[in-house]
Design a protein around this ligand. Structure first.
Ligand code: SF4
Length: 176
């Protein structure tokens, strides 16, 4: 997997102060995408062990709430392969940090075992380790700059563990 950018002390993509990892590769090609260069899976730099270590270090300070993984598209199955061990590592080494993932795929698609674009052998493990999924493609017609942590009103801020437990989508209060 390649990544486009790492932002430390990011306050725009999730609650608190976070490290954000923008991965490369996205097949959605939404109209009005804010990050077109990251559609290319080869864009940016290789996501190496050193980069992982650097991110882990950035998460250690107590004022850092957690990590947000966005893109590009973290839930393309090929990106899931690289992200699964990384997410598991964060959970193990820094269990107090929250993990947010932004995906253009919807919750229903990600949980559909027949959907080979975004459901694969790593999906369950990723979902079992993340706190929040912001789902759905960016829709230019539904763009609303007043929304918290979302670009358009079709997107949903989903509490992942609560949703898995209850077998239905549990939305965060942040959806307003
Ligand atoms: S899912 Fe995100 S990165 Fe991909 S095209 Fe849509 S807005 Fe751009």
């Amino acid at each position: 997997m390649n990544y486009a950018e790492i932002k430390t002390t990011d306050i725009a993509n999730g609650t608190g102060v976070r490290t954000s990892l923008f991965v490369s590769g996205c097949t959605h090609h939404c109209k009005g995408c804010f990050n077109e260069e990251t559609w290319d899976f080869n864009f940016g730099k290789a996501f190496t062990k050193e980069v992982e270590d650097e991110i882990i270090e950035s998460l250690r300070p107590t004022y850092i709430t957690g990590i947000t993984i966005l893109g590009g598209e973290p839930m393309e199955v090929v990106n899931q392969k690289a992200l699964r061990p990384f997410i598991e590592r964060i959970k193990k080494e820094l269990p107090g940090k929250t993990i947010w993932v932004y995906s253009g795929y919807q919750w229903e698609e990600i949980n559909d075992k027949n959907n080979k674009r975004c459901n694969g052998e790593d999906t369950e493990a990723i979902l079992s380790n993340i706190d929040v999924l912001v789902d759905g493609e960016f829709n230019l017609e539904l763009k609303d700059i007043s929304l918290k942590f979302r670009g358009s009103s079709n997107q949903r801020i989903i509490m992942v563990q609560e949703s898995l437990k209850e077998g239905r989508i549990v939305l965060s209060d942040l959806n307003g």
